[in-house]
Design a protein around this ligand. Sequence first.
Ligand code: SME
Length: 161
Amino acid sequence: MATTHPKSSAFILELNGLAVTAASGEALMKDIATLLHQKLTKYNWVGFYMLEHEPGGDILVLGPFKGTMTPHIRIPLNQGICGAAASSGMTIIINDVASDPRYLACSLETKSEIVVPIFVHGKVVGELDIDSHFLAAFGPGDRILCEHAAALLGKFLQSHS
Ligand code: SME
C-alpha cells in the first residue's frame, strides 16, 4: 500500500512533479516552499536565498518564501548560517540556534534550522533555508528531503539557463 507520509517516496514524486509543470525557476521556488511549508508542520519558515554578484562581492538575496517576513533580506557570505552554507557549499543543520554564534535571528520562535546549497554547473547559486519552532527538527530523513528539493531546483535552473 502506498504510504502518504510527507517524507515518503510519494512526497518525493510530488516534489518532482512540480519541476515538470513549473513555468520558471521563480515559480518552482514558490511551489517547493509552499509544498514543504504546508505538508511538514515543523517546517515553520521555508524560503530561498539566491546569490547575486555585486561590485562589493557576492550577496544572498531573499527569494520566494513561506512564513513570516524576515528582517534578513540580504545576507553577506560571511554572515549567518546562510552565509556559511553558501560559502562552504555544504548543508548545515543547527539543532539549537541559540548555541550557534553565527545564527541571524529571523523569528524569536525559531529553535533549529537547515540550510542546503543549490548548485548549477557545480557552483553554488543559492540555497534552501528552513527554520523550525522545534529543537533538532531536522533529522537524516529531513536532510535527504531538503537536499532532494535543492537539487531539483538546481537541475531545473541548469536546464532552463
Ligand atoms: N537564520 C539565518 C537567516 C535567515 S532567516 O532564518 C530566514 C542565518 O542565520 O543565516
